[in-house]
Design a protein around this ligand. Structure first.
Ligand SMILES: [Fe+2]
Length: 260
């Protein structure tokens, strides 16, 4: 499979949404760059887990196209917040169906890729998925979380009109965080985006993602990027945050010790 032709198709499709408006174009470019980095992360995870062949090929495509719904979402609704617009995973499936895609993959393969796109952003995967969909969904979800982790941390320090779109218009107060979010993250439960009030809640939520990563290679990638340390350096300093940091670091230590 010629991945470069797919990258060209994807970027040409996304570039149609560039309008010349600075804010719009910044936010469209953010999702183009995100998609390409998710592809890179997925490649690193597949290599680290020694996954190759056809399922790795389908996984790379699912990673590249996972957020294709973001472009029509922003054009129609002016937001990336699904709760205020539409489910971008499902919109991605509809978008992919209409797209003229290169290569010679079978209809069945494209159906599997679309299924992975639909499942990349669901809160929890409840049922056991069959191969290769299971590998695709697990890899794309991990690759996506690792990049979002970085994008959120990068944007928290910025002061721009695009920041509210990226950090979901949360209240900025360096000392505040929600008790519910803290308790959910500490007990390793999936925290809903709707529970967030403060920017620190978003940081807490992403620090909890480490417990949800599907592959040891994903924990390695997160560790390599130094993201956990960066997240805790922003959060307020107190005993509760310290216990969470100890718990996260211990988890990361044992996971990364288990394999090279
Ligand atoms: Fe997404």
């Amino acid at each position: 499979m010629d991945l470069s032709r797919h990258i060209e198709t994807f970027t040409a499709f996304a570039a149609q949404y560039l309008t010349g408006n600075q804010k719009n174009d910044y936010l469209i470019q953010l999702k183009i760059d995100h998609s390409l980095r998710v592809l890179d992360n997925a490649r690193a995870i597949l290599d680290g887990e020694n996954i190759s062949g056809h399922s790795a090929c389908l996984t790379r495509l699912a990673a590249l196209y996972h957020d294709i719904g973001r472009f029509p979402q922003y054009a129609r609704y002016g937001t990336y917040k699904d709760a205020d617009s539409t489910n971008h995973g499902r919109l991605g499936v509809l978008t992919l169906r209409e797209l003229d895609l290169p290569g010679k993959l079978t209809d069945r393969d494209w159906r599997t890729i679309r299924a992975a796109v639909a499942l990349h952003n669901v809160k929890d995967i409840r049922s056991e998925l069959s191969a290769p969909l299971s590998t695709m969904v697990k890899t794309v979800r991990d690759a996506d979380k690792i990049d979002i982790y970085e994008v959120i941390l990068d944007h928290l320090g910025q002061d721009s009109e695009t920041k509210p779109v990226v950090i979901h218009s949360l209240v900025e107060n360096p000392d505040r965080y929600s008790d519910t979010v803290y308790r959910m993250v500490f007990s390793e439960k999936t925290c809903d985006y709707n529970l967030m009030r403060y920017t620190n809640d978003f940081i807490l939520l992403i620090t909890g993602w480490i417990f949800t990563l599907n592959f040891t290679a994903s924990v390695h990638l997160l560790a390599q990027k130094n993201l956990v340390e960066r997240a805790f350096s922003i959060l307020p300093k107190n005993d509760r945050i310290q216990s969470l940091e100890n718990k996260v670091l211990k988890f990361m230590h044992y996971k990364t010790l288990s394999t090279p």
